[in-house]
Design a protein around this ligand. Sequence first.
Ligand code: AMP
Ligand code: MG
Length: 507
Amino acid sequence: MNLDPRRFDGDAGLPAITFDNSYARDLEGFYVAWKPNPAPAPRMVRLNHALADELGLDARVLAGPRGLAMLSGNEVPAGAQPLAQAYAGHQFGGFSPQLGDGRALLLGEVIDRHGRRRDIAFKGSGRTPFSRGGDGKAALGPVLREYLIGEAMHALGIPTTRALAAVATGEDIHREGLMPGAVLTRVAASHVRVGTFQYFAARDDESLVRRLADYVIARHDPGLAGQPQRYLELLRAVCERQASLLAHWMGVGFIHGVMNTDNMTISGETIDYGPCAFMEAFDPKTVFSSIDSHGRYAYGNQPGIAQWNLARLAETLLPLIDPEPERAVERATEVLGEFPARYDAHWTAVMRAKLGLDALGDAAGDRALADGYLVLLETHEVDFTLGFRRLGEAASGDERPLRDLMGAAAAAPLDAWLERWRARERAHGAAQDTRRTAMDRANPIYIPRNHRVEEALLAAVEHGDPAPFERLLAVIEDPFTERADAAGYETPAPAEVTADYRTFCGT
Ligand code: AMP
Ligand code: MG
């Protein structure tokens, strides 16, 4: 006899998942219960077996016909409570009081093998009450981009939502022409955004903002529960997570592309990979997104934008921070004012690791040393990723690859910089080989190069050929280990590709 209750009321063939839906249970009024749109002819394009396992789900069942039925939205498994979340947001600086899940649904939450609560959500599952003019759908290309970049970020050690599955729906959707539609199943620490707070704050509903804050504290910062200053401390905790996240983005040259407040999580995970990309030649002004015509979300602007977004979060929390408005502003301003120093501390730590200085103890001049290297990269338009990786080779005695990469014009300033770097090493002493190993762990050799991503998406979408996507995924899943079967994946795009490279929003 099967005593699993989900097997009685549900369908015996559907994957058995133990949902525990705290958002649905605790936050009534923050969402609309809704069902996914049926997919006419679903096909599994990619299933993340390792993540399924981490979630305690049976990947073989998910890969089977009933798993496909679930991951396409055609069948809702027992225990799931699909819902569209309400949120608002500042998009490119302008406030939209009502955004919300217009093409996404939270299916439910599970507790993973490590005891962590994770959201399982769909993107591209059809219209909802928040769809406004949109069709609620997602195209296969952007779904696969999100899958790939999210997994790359995860492998790089950067907090991120992740892709559990990409399913083609069998339906063509209208974009620039007809495109195959798809559903992404996304896993997140939660989908609560700065914009979720803004939604209720904009409606002047202090009690709902408080409920949301209490929910978030219980879920993400349980240590703050019951503390008298818990809402101010929540703001501080989110600032700290975002400061760390941004420093790590910057350390791999990641450009999010749409850092709107609805695309910034409270958990500190990267979310909503739309027109994102990795920078090649180092230039803080780099923008890829076709919709970011003023460069608001350029590489070098990202930390400042994060602080701007956090100020929007702070505004929503003011009545909770202190009943006396002036005092609330003063306290929130003080916490926000710490952001640059927090970011700086994380960035310095990231750069020290990248320069192989970690084992040498702290030194006051390290930040200037790092800045000097960045000037070299910028002046000589050097690939950001390889610029650091090749420096690791120089650490173990082989300067040739670094010199070739930088070019002849950089020779003299490079010599001068290397001398400063070596002096730092001499002063504190570290074995060459351990330094190289440490640098290779901090500096990836493989990132999802833009031309490789395009090549993979084109093959998968236009020709139904999954091979380039699978190959690229296998490469970026182990970004720090140089290997023969990944030869060529470390090289930047040809200059003519980079010059015109634009990424498009995942809509
Ligand atoms: P995004 O740019 O993906 O972060 O989305 C911004 C807002 O637009 C969110 O409220 C989305 O739900 C909504 N949205 C984006 N694309 C669509 C679509 N195709 N149909 C309905 N809503 C959409
Ligand atoms: Mg979004």
